[in-house]
Design a protein around this ligand. Structure first.
Ligand code: ZN
Length: 392
């Protein structure tokens, strides 16, 4: 029997509103920081309150079980940490909806034939150590704890953290509910949808070299100005992305070196982030960018270099699980996402799926992220239906 006062999505989200609230009206909850620890304590209390048995694994992930953990389990959940100045739904919505759905199933007298669990994956946003999906990457052995966790970090024991096959083997299937981080469902006029996959994603560093000089005494014709070349390069990035529908290319950081108002810069560093449905498309777009950026830089007499950073292959969520969920929901739209998620990391090891809830602003990682009460309820209803279907 539930001892949680208001077991609704808005009721539980309301309990979290004051935790990690920042002065700009958003929420700042870095993994293992004070706000995150408070949220995790809240989760343990709430999950225990609806009768689940909470265990923490070696990597900071929390698992609240209904029934003895086993390999044919159905697990749902998300994360509680946030980016700096994030919205209230990215992460917590998946955890809160899972608690409400499981709580309602328990109250209804439903008898699952498979174990069910609600999960909280640690430090998904990577705002603490720069590694996104830290909890699921440690769990699956995708990152080395000694390489990513600083010595003396008290959130996790770096000597005990790392690949955990025992925990991994207890996750049969994983379904993550998440607020949509785009306008796909708005355009489709649908409250919920299923993810087809996560876009392939790469990062590069672009360097344009020119000649530093005096802003007053150097005639325009005598300049080798890398900032002017950088402007052409940014336009070349946009043009290359627009030429291939579905591709997203972003220059998010520009640094002129040395960076003085009365100084013609000697060098400009730009970040490049490119995403597309498959890795081949990303590489082709980046090759096109490199070619036109070199030409654009040469127009100003500048040099150009490109250096590869991180790379993530595209994720295709399990088609069998997705069609099962689609059938359970009576047919809902399917759409890809450009954002990374724990469900994407786990997809390399077990069948995973994602359920998106419509976000009328399409904005995420900012306080404007939103969902209507009707859509929040549609999301939890869909998740409850999915769990009922998968666990019986
Ligand atoms: Zn998230």
């Amino acid at each position: 029997m539930s001892v949680v006062a208001d077991l609704t999505v808005l009721g539980l989200l309301g309990e979290l509103d004051d935790i990690g609230r920042d002065e700009r009206g958003g929420w700042t909850r870095p993994g293992f920081g004070p706000a995150d620890l408070q949220l995790r304590a809240w989760f343990v209390e709430c999950a225990t309150g609806i009768g689940l048995d909470v265990v923490a694994d070696r990597n900071g992930n929390l698992w609240a079980w209904w029934g003895a953990p086993g390999p044919d389990s159905v697990v749902t959940g998300s994360h509680l940490d946030s980016v700096p100045g994030g919205g209230r739904l990215d992460g917590p919505l998946g955890v809160v909806s899972a608690l409400v759905a499981v709580g309602r199933l328990r109250a209804s007298g439903f008898a699952p034939i498979r174990p069910l669990a609600v999960a909280v994956l640690a430090e998904e946003e990577g705002s603490r150590f720069g590694i996104a999906c830290l909890g699921s990457r440690l769990l699956t052995g995708a990152v080395d704890p000694l390489a990513v966790l600083p010595e003396g970090f008290d959130g996790l024991d770096r000597d005990r953290a790392g690949r955990d096959d025992a925990t991994l083997s207890r996750i049969g299937r994983f379904v993550e509910l998440h607020v949509e981080q785009g306008r796909g469902l708005v355009d489709l006029d649908a409250p919920v949808g299923l993810a087809t996959g996560i876009l392939a994603h790469g990062r590069w560093r672009l360097t344009i070299t020119g000649r530093g000089d005096h802003a007053g005494s150097t005639r325009m014709a005598d300049r080798t100005d890398p900032v002017v070349a950088a402007a052409r390069v940014v336009l070349a990035v946009e043009e290359a992305a627009l030429a291939v529908p579905g591709t997203r290319a972003t220059v998010g950081r520009i640094e002129a070196v040395p960076g003085g108002t009365n100084v013609i810069a000697s060098r400009v560093e730009l970040s490049l982030d490119v995403r597309a449905e498959d890795g081949g498309t990303v590489r082709a777009v980046v090759a096109r960018i490199a070619e036109s950026a070199a030409l654009a830089a040469a127009r100003n007499g500048c040099g150009f270099a490109i250096e590869a950073g991180s790379w993530s292959d595209e994720v295709v969520f399990d088609p069998t699980l997705r069609s099962q969920l689609d059938a359970a929901l009576g047919g809902v739209p399917a759409l890809p996402t450009g954002a990374g998620h724990d469900a994407g990391v786990l997809a390399a090891h077990l069948p995973t799926a994602m359920l998106f809830v419509r976000n009328p602003t399409g904005v995420s990682h900012a306080p404007e992220e939103d969902a209507s009460e009707a859509d929040l309820n549609a999301g939890v209803d869909a998740l409850e239906q999915i769990l009922r279907d998968l666990a019986s």
